[in-house]
Design a protein around this ligand. Structure first.
Ligand code: GDP
Length: 380
């Protein structure tokens, strides 16, 4: 027993001694670690992922590649500098330059000169009637100045500018003096109404206006999704209804929302396809009546036309022009076509100004139309 007791006492003394030796070391180590952590330099910032390369612009349907999938807003590009007309209408310019090249050889103007001029205009889809009128105008200028063939491109430029300037001196988009402004976008399916609505919204937001997009194209389900996606991307409000629902109800709600939220501008994207002209007329009339519950709100009815359809597009455009009073035309897809001359035919036929042109799929690819800039870009 006494042996056992002695053993227990011995073990206890040994454990106590070991504890007293180890404890100070443990405390020293912990303090040393804390001190090191406190004086260590802050961790370097985590490496930032390099910016994703900007996707190249999607080619238009005319260039052979498929258009953007329905319902998908295209990847937005940040252009290094403002979009310039002459840089984007390369196809129309190239076709003109080739044909007018012969005239630049100089010499006396003869029948062949006039044939070449006529051919250049027809190939650019200026259309027969307008082409004849333009050629007559250039002939009169040449007779008045006694110019030779070399001067013809410059005379053509002046003739085109003057003809276009005759249609309108004011190509701006108008705003109501008081309360929300409404711009109604009309045109057949696929011409670029939804994209143009978004482009316009971006411009107006940049000017400090509160913008609301109204998805009144309830026929095509994806149109409302596409518009909502743009609204989300641009940071503006959107009002949409049920798929296949009443577009009038969407416009009604949009107007109420605009008034309640003190919105400056409502852009209404409408359906491009209706079964008959009577349906189309009734529908647009109805939308107009709803908007005009607020007198003075409807400031623009913009007919959107696809330049790449050239003269064919004019046939459909006539339907819309017959159904509703158009205040201006937005000519889209001028970037991918050689048919830029259709601008002249549109103004001749409808007597309304082309106010804007679309030069690509990005939100910044919309510029005001300037006749002098256009004419110079064509022939110089
Ligand atoms: P909507 O049916 O009239 O609303 O037409 P969308 O706005 O859906 O446009 C149809 C297609 O045309 C889409 O792929 C657009 O990205 C494209 N698009 C619209 N405007 C332009 C333009 O100015 N240039 C080019 N290259 N494509 C455009």
């Amino acid at each position: 027993m006494s042996d056992t007791l002695a053993l227990v006492v011995f073990v206890a003394i040994f454990a106590l001694a070991a504890f007293l030796i180890v404890l100070p070391r443990f405390v020293r180590n912990r303090e040393a670690k804390r001190a090191t952590a406190a004086t260590r330099a802050p961790a370097p910032p985590r490496p930032v992922a390099p910016p994703r390369p900007v996707a190249p612009p999607r080619p238009t349907s005319e260039t052979g590649a498929p258009p953007a999938p329905v319902g998908e807003a295209p990847v937005e590009e940040v252009p290094a500098e403002p979009v310039r007309l002459r840089d984007r209408i390369g196809k129309t310019r190239a076709s003109f330059a080739g044909l007018l090249g012969a005239l630049r050889r100089g010499g006396k103007i003869d029948d062949e000169s006039w044939d070449e001029l006529e051919e250049a205009l027809l190939l650019a889809d200026v259309g027969m009637t307008t082409t004849e009128a333009v050629v007559e105008g250039v002939k009169a200028r040449a007779a008045a100045t006694g110019a030779d063939a070399e001067a013809l491109p410059a005379l053509l430029r002046d003739e085109i500018t003057e003809r276009l300037e005759c249609t309108a001196t004011d190509r701006s988009l108008h705003h109501a003096l008081d309360g929300p402004t409404v711009w109604l976008m009309v045109g057949v399916n696929g011409v670029g109404k939804t994209t143009t609505s978004a482009k316009l919204a971006k411009r107006e937001l940049a000017d400090g206006r509160r913008v609301l997009l109204a998805a009144a194209d309830t026929f095509r389900a994806a149109a409302a999704d596409q518009l909502a996606m743009w609204a989300d991307r641009l940071g503006c409000a959107v009002v949409r209804g049920q798929d296949g629902g009443d577009p009038g109800a969407v416009v009604f709600d949009a107007m109420d929302a605009a008034i309640a939220r003190d919105t400056d501008l409502v852009i209404v994207d409408t359906a491009g396809r209706l079964h008959t002209k009577v349906n189309l007329m009734n529908e647009l009339e109805k939308l107009k009546r709803i908007i005009e519950r607020r007198p003075g709100a409807l400031q623009e009815v913009l007919l959107v036309l696809d330049a790449s359809t050239g003269q064919n597009g004019l046939v459909q455009a006539r339907e819309f022009a017959g159904a509703v009073d158009i205040t201006g035309v937005v000519l889209t897809k001028l970037d991918g076509t050689a048919k830029g001359g259709v601008v002249l035919a549109i103004e001749d036929e409808f007597g309304v100004p082309v106010k804007l042109v679309g030069l690509g799929e990005g939100a910044d690819d919309l510029i005001p139309f300037d006749p002098a800039e256009f004419a110079a870009a064509l022939v110089e």
